[in-house]
Design a protein around this ligand. Structure first.
Ligand code: PHE
Ligand code: ZN
Length: 882
């Protein structure tokens, strides 16, 4: 590469030397030639040198004119560089007017102003605003915006921006105008504009202080019947945020717009959230239960940002987790309250353990508050989001819910209207609660997943149980040595019948006799001794997953089986089932690799049958406990990953369980059969999950077992909702025969006009167990169902194949790697963000056997050798080869 993109460092942060008192924007929208006029009032901050130039960010636009206090500037008055403008001699206070032209139609990076299905929309986080006009595009520059939009009235009847609508009128030549005023100070990344031919579903919400807020969801006309669930979710989120956090909405209207072309999930622009249509549109016939639940959670997430992100924002992008970690925590709590808390917690942890832990042990490992980045877009990661949310949760655990809420109130009281740091957040928590979080702060600065090892010793004579706890954390790039973390370890002692025993810590002055305790683990090695402990007690540790760590402990398989059946912490019951199944599977993987005969332990099948036939427990929890550990979870625990052996071992267990428990699966399948109208209640969702779990196991016997095969076909053709239909189709698509081809064709013919359903169809085929899966994927890429410019399509075909179909992607001949390399090279020139995300699986090459790792590395090297890499892809590839 000619010039290597340079990193930005946290330590180099300097405040912006000017204040921006206001910003007026005017847009004349034309797909190929949009004119943007921006008028900003700048004021030099006190104590800033008069020599200090004005620096503005800007890229990908044509500068038409520049004037200062009304006087046009000439080329001598400023320097125009690749990355922006520098004006060396500016007065202490002045108004700067910039006129630029941009080409939204040509914008396929989907950053800045672009067109999606013929409608204009913007995406400014993190640094997209600089593609719209020249401006200090950084989150600590906050100002008040007014936005005037002019466009052809017929093509673009709806013209939206942030805040309140203050003017609307018709112009000459069939054009019209709207003007919006946002009364709140905001950073440029929260600016939004939408213009298009959209219909709108309206509702209203009365806030706790009695203000009426207009709620609007804008979609293309063909989707008008798919907004009810998002609207309901929004109203629930608004009410919940008032009750749980005391946060009230602050504008007269709240708008959501759904677009088909979007790099991420959704965006919290002030008063005008823009969503990937996937997280808005749903009807039972087109969306699955998980889609419905995701919509609720994403609508909540973006709405919750209004306080945690918008009113209080980030000082710089290293602080991204300030808003994202906190807001993910809030959306998790919201979903937990709306549905089943235990189910939600298990799902979160399952994703964290398989994906965030993997990130933390790979070349992209970074702290929740990173120290440097080449391209900030590469840092919208599981670590910043999910691990960041775990840090907030740990603070709540350490402070207690009341202490935590006091911390939140102090945080808002101190920082409303400001751009702040994660340290400011922790300081508010400390000051409000009196709890010392000094050591806890290391969670923000040290990368890597801590490993806790616990040795238990029981002394029957003295009725004492000692837990000998050691912690360590593996080295990560740039951080060879780690200091001990402050780890909240929630635990209970279960008596032989499963009841929690009163806990008595030796040498503790505090409260004794509780049934559950949170130990603060702070040293590299620490012992905790409990007294009055009777014979046969079992320790239940890391309850509710009280810290994002890997826990190892000398627990026997019998103890695991006991916990799986009796722990009164639902998370730990699930965790015990995963540890048990995980241990068995890893043993089997080992046997596969050694070419030994595979046998399934009878105790496992029995434990499985007991759960399957349990009619008391929430069926969603059963379905989670009965699902085999994810391939990625097993891979994460292997020294050298063998995708083929993992696949073989899992398929063996799946088949063996199906053979031995066929009748039980059939019984439960029939018991959970669809009845009544579709509802997204925990009970109904749970029934469908358990039913489809049974069908998934039974499918291991088909198509040889024709009765089972017919059952799957039957569910596919008579299923009354997308959850059941797509579950059946997924099982059919694992095979190549007349029935499965017919099913895939029928499904496509029915839904080809609905892009979100077509995505499911692509995803199902990309996940297929068929050996020729890659061939199918390549074939599908050439059909009208696919579009390389649409991120959802790319994710559901290429992304699913490379990240969700491990055994086929890691084909020993390297065909999967070569495929991914070619696609990344094709996408990078027009959409670097998507290319950089897609390449991630190749970065894990050091974890595989010599043949695979050489091929993966080679694919990365071929990418590196290209002359024109985006900064996004450059950073990923070079970190992967470091
Ligand atoms: N801020 C968005 C969210 O989490 C994510 C996002 C980042 C969207 C960057 C677009 C671009 O809620
Ligand atoms: Zn967010």
């Amino acid at each position: 590469m000619a010039d290597k993109p340079q990193p930005t460092y946290l330590k180099d942060y300097v405040p912006y030397p000017f204040e921006v008192e206001r910003l007026d924007l005017e847009f004349d929208l034309e797909p190929h030639h949009t004119r943007v006029l921006s008028r900003a009032r700048y004021k030099r901050k006190e104590h800033v040198d008069v020599e200090e130039p004005l620096r503005l960010n800007g890229a990908g636009q044509t500068l038409l004119s520049l004037s200062l206090d009304g006087t046009p500037l000439t080329a001598l008055d400023y320097r125009c560089q690749d990355s922006g403008l520098v004006l060396p001699n500016v007065p202490n206070a002045f108004e700067l007017t910039v006129v630029t032209e941009i080409d939204p139609e040509a914008n396929k990076a989907l950053e800045g102003l672009y067109l999606s299905s013929g409608n204009f929309c913007t995406q400014c986080e993190a640094q997209g605003f600089r593609r719209i006009t020249y401006f200090p595009d950084r989150p600590d520059v906050m100002t008040r915006y007014t936005t005037t939009i002019r466009a052809d009235k017929q093509r673009f009847p709806v013209l939206l921006s942030n805040g309140n609508l203050v003017e609307q009128c018709d112009l000459d030549d069939g054009r019209h105008l709207t003007r919006w005023e946002d009364p709140f100070f905001k950073p440029s990344y929260l600016f939004a504009l939408v213009a298009g031919d959209l219909v709108c579903q309206e509702d209203a919400f009365t806030t706790m202080s009695g203000r009426e807020v207009l709620l609007q969801i804008y979609v293309e006309a063909r989707n008008a019947d798919k907004c009810d669930h998002a609207m309901l979710s929004l109203k629930k989120a608004m009410a919940w945020d008032e009750q749980r956090f005391g946060f009230e909405y602050d504008l007269d209207r709240f708008m959501i717009v759904a677009v088909d072309d979007f790099n991420m999930g959704a965006m919290e622009n002030k008063g005008l959230n823009v969503f990937n249509s996937k997280y808005v549109l749903a009807r039972p016939e087109t969306a699955t239960d998980d889609d419905f639940l995701n919509i609720e959670s994403v609508v909540g997430h973006e709405y919750f940002h209004n306080w945690t992100g918008n009113r209080i924002t980030c000082r710089d992008w290293f602080q991204l987790s300030l808003k994202e970690g906190l807001t993910v925590f809030r959306d998790q709590e919201f979903s937990a309250d709306m549905n089943s808390a235990a189910v939600k917690r298990i799902e979160e942890v399952r994703i964290l353990q398989s994906h965030q832990f993997a990130e933390d042990s790979g070349p992209m490992a970074h702290p929740v508050r990173p120290e440097s980045y080449v391209e900030i877009n590469n840092f919208y990661t599981m670590t910043v989001y999910s691990k960041g949310a775990e840090l907030i949760r740990m603070m709540q655990t350490l402070l207690g819910r009341d202490g935590f809420m006091a911390g939140i109130r102090l945080y808002v009281q101190r920082h409303d209207g400001q751009a702040v740091t994660t340290d400011d957040f922790v300081a508010a928590m400390e000051d409000a609660s009196g709890v010392d979080l000094d050591q806890f702060r290391r969670w923000y600065s040290q990368a890597g997943t801590p490993v806790i090892h616990v040795e238990q010793h029981y002394d029957g004579e003295r009725q004492q149980l000692t837990l000998d706890v050691t912690q360590s954390c593996p080295a990560t790039p740039g951080q060879p040595d780690k200091q001990p973390f402050h780890i909240p370890l929630r635990l209970a002692l279960l008596g032989p019948d499963g009841t929690p025993q009163p806990l008595h810590l030796v040498n503790e002055s505090g409260q004794q006799g509780a049934e559950e305790l949170v130990l603060s683990v702070t040293a590299a090695r620490q012992k905790f001794c409990f007294e009055q402990v009777g014979e046969g007690c079992v320790v239940s540790l890391l309850r509710d997953f009280s810290a994002p760590v890997k826990l190892t402990m000398n627990t026997s398989r019998d103890e695991l089986a006991f916990l799986m059946a009796h722990d009164n912490d639902a998370f730990n019951r699930w965790n015990a089932s995963q540890r048990l199944a995980g241990g068995l599977l890893l043993d089997l993987v080992d046997r596969v690799r050694k070419g030994q005969k595979l046998i399934l332990e009878p105790m496992f099948v029995e434990a499985f049958r007991t759960s399957l036939l349990d009619e008391q427990t929430d069926p969603s929890l059963l379905a989670l406990a009965l699902a085999l550990p994810l391939e990625s979870f097993l891979a994460e625990q292997m020294e050298e990953i063998d995708p083929q052996a993992i696949f073989t071992a899992r398929e063996f267990v799946r088949h063996e369980v199906a053979v031995q428990l066929k009748d039980d699966f059939l019984t439960v399948y029939r018991r959970c059969a669809d009845s009544g109208p579709y509802e997204v209640t925990p009970q109904a969702v749970g029934q469908r999950r358990l039913k489809n779990l049974c069908l998934g196991y039974l499918a291991a016997l088909a198509p040889q077992d024709n009765m089972i095969w017919q059952m799957i076909l039957e569910q596919f053709s008579t299923g009354r909702n997308m959850t059941d239909v797509s579950a059946a189709l997924g099982l059919l698509a694992d095979h190549d025969n007349r029935d499965s081809r017919h099913a895939l064709d029928t499904f496509y013919a029915t839904w080809k006009e609905d892009p979100l359903v077509v995505e499911k169809w692509l995803g199902i085929q990309a996940r297929s167990r068929r050996e020729d899966c890659l061939e199918q994927v390549e074939r599908l890429m050439g059909t009208p169902a696919f579009n390389l410019h649409n991120p959802n399509k790319v994710r559901s075909l290429i992304g699913v194949f490379c990240q969700g179909n491990s055994v086929r992607f890691h084909a020993a001949d390297g065909s999967g790697y070569d495929f991914l390399r070619r696609q990344v090279a094709l996408i990078d020139p027009f959409n670097p963000q998507i290319a950089a995300r897609l390449v991630a699986p190749l970065l894990r090459w050091p974890r595989y056997d010599d043949t695979r790792s050489a091929l993966m590395k080679q694919a990365l090297e071929q990418l590196q050798a290209k002359t024109t890499l985006s900064a996004d892809l450059y950073e990923m590839v070079s970190k992967g080869l470091d």
